[in-house]
Design a protein around this ligand. Structure first.
Ligand code: ATP
Length: 241
């Protein structure tokens, strides 16, 4: 059952295990419609595992996930994406042998009703002029940053209900990092709910309303993003040991 008043994302007691190792445990989260929740924490804290459990990439060992009040625990990634949950960067979102233009057309075919596809394609090129310049180029020959733009363009041209953004800026040149954050801010302003996993802590906190800090698979702090700075003092960026 879906429920209009329910938060877009709610997770209770989520746990992820790899064999005997617990990567995430006892995590509770809620993100209301149109809100941005930053998920911060050192390398290995369990951020990607948490995102995987929410988006159906990893089967949770315990706990529940609800999307707009609907229990989706244990559903596959494609079933969850059909409810409007987008995960980026999505490894398989790009078809390397197709042109940029055809990539967008194929991807939008699943996300947008036929009558709106042309307008949506124009919007993608307007958001990312670099892709418009390269619309006939094979996607596999784009730079890593440009490929990232392509997967982002698809998502932002047809805004999802929930965007799970997992280290989108990782490895990008500064100009593209700016573009990623501008695009995320635009998505937020258009009402997209975002779960934001980011290494650029300050920029993530500037975008988010609330934040949680994960350490060793557990939530060690949660609160307004504006109050997270104090919690993120020395040692935060190191790896978990
Ligand atoms: P990073 O910021 O470095 O990406 P993270 O916070 O996203 O880290 P995860 O990638 O979720 O953390 O990893 C959490 C723990 O789970 C780590 O100890 C990691 O080695 C382990 N882990 C992650 N994926 C697997 C897997 N497929 N098999 C076994 N262990 C895994």
């Amino acid at each position: 059952m879906s429920d209009d008043d329910a938060p877009v994302l709610a997770a209770q007691g989520l746990e992820v295990r790899y064999g005997d190792a617990r990567a995430v445990f006892g995590v509770d989260l809620e993100v209301a419609q149109g809100q941005v929740l930053a998920v911060l924490g050192p390398n290995g804290a369990g951020k990607t595992s948490l995102a995987g459990a929410i988006t159906g990439r990893v089967r949770p060992a315990a706990g529940r996930v609800h999307i707009s009040g609907r229990d989706v625990t244990g559903r596959s990634a494609s079933q969850i994406s059909r409810l409007g949950v987008a995960y980026v960067p999505e490894e398989r979102a790009i078809f390397p042998h197709l042109s940029v233009n055809d990539n967008l057309r194929v991807l939008l075919r699943y996300a947008v009703p036929r009558a709106e596809r042309a307008v949506t394609l124009d919007k993608a090129f307007e958001l990312f002029p670099v892709l418009a310049e390269r619309r006939r180029q094979q996607a596999g020959t784009l730079s890593g940053g440009e490929q990232q733009m392509l997967s982002l363009a698809r998502v932002l041209a047809a805004p999802p209900l929930l965007l799970v953004a997992d280290e989108m800026s990782l490895g990008l040149a500064p100009r593209l990092v700016d573009l990623v954050f501008e695009s995320l801010a635009r998505a937020r302003d258009e009402g997209v709910t975002i779960l934001l996993i980011e290494q650029y802590v300050e920029r993530a906190l500037a975008l988010a309303g609330d934040a949680v800090i994960l350490r060793r698979g557990r939530v060690s702090w949660r609160g307004p993003a504006s109050e997270a700075h104090g919690e993120l003092a020395a040692g935060y960026l190191g790896a978990e040991v």
